[in-house]
Design a protein. Structure first.
Lengths: 112, 114
């Protein structure tokens, strides 16, 4: 039973480019969460999605960030026109309902 | 806002020693979670606590949910080198309606000397 999968594990982008981070939840899990971790910080909630619906995006920056969880395929966190401050580890988590989430290994984004 | 406070930022112990970590908050939490994060990996759930006063063990780990619901501790007994990592406390945001929207402490980095 595969866990939460994220790819790529490492992503390097230049300022102004777009970053696309993918997350495949655990089998049977219909709830997906994205968190961001800055160096030497805890994880910060960004967005909560169910299939084809954004349930809560209160932690998402107002501009340049978007997330989706389509009916088919992985959840995508998209960052447009990246800036150096976007450099962080981005973690996806999934749960079967409202229970405790299982985290993926993360995508480390580095913006040059 | 709701914050979870963990200190110190780093702890250094000798292999075989016991260690205790605290997590406090000015807000009440209904669930406390303890996670461990290895370098380059995501957090892994160690122990979940659901009731005030609850004491739960998982192997060499023991955690308790404070009776005021504003604090928790995690004990690791007879530490071994693979206990090295960052230990986070976390809890669901009050009023979120979901146990999966978590607020995290900043974590404690544990080093174990052989």
């Amino acid at each position: 039973n595969a866990g939460v999968m994220q790819n790529p594990r490492h992503l390097v982008r230049r300022r102004g480019q777009e970053a696309r981070l993918r997350c495949s939840p655990m089998k049977g899990h219909s709830h997906v969460y994205w968190y961001r971790q800055l160096p030497e910080e805890g994880l910060k909630f960004m967005v909560y999605l169910q299939k084809e619906n954004i349930i809560d995006e209160s932690g998402m920056p107002k501009e340049r960030f978007s997330a989706e969880f389509p009916k088919e395929g992985p959840s995508i966190l998209r960052i447009q026109q990246v800036v150096r401050g976007d450099s962080a580890a981005y973690f996806c988590a999934s749960s079967p309902g409202g229970g405790q989430p299982y985290f993926g290994p993360g995508t480390r984004l580095l913006v040059l | 806002g709701q914050q979870l406070n963990q200190s110190p930022q780093s702890m250094f112990i000798q292999e075989g020693e016991d260690v205790s970590m605290n997590c406090t908050s000015s807000s009440i939490f209904n669930t406390w979670l303890w996670y461990k994060q290895d370098p380059g990996e995501g957090p892994v759930l160690l122990i979940a606590l659901y009731k005030a006063g609850e004491l739960t063990s998982n192997g060499r780990l023991t955690a308790q949910f404070g009776i005021t619901r504003k604090d928790s501790f995690l004990n690791i007994s007879a530490s071994i080198p693979s206990d090295v990592g960052i230990y986070f406390c976390a809890g669901p945001l009050i009023g979120s309606g979901a146990n999966s929207k978590l607020t995290f402490g900043k974590g404690i980095t544990l080093s174990v000397r052989p």
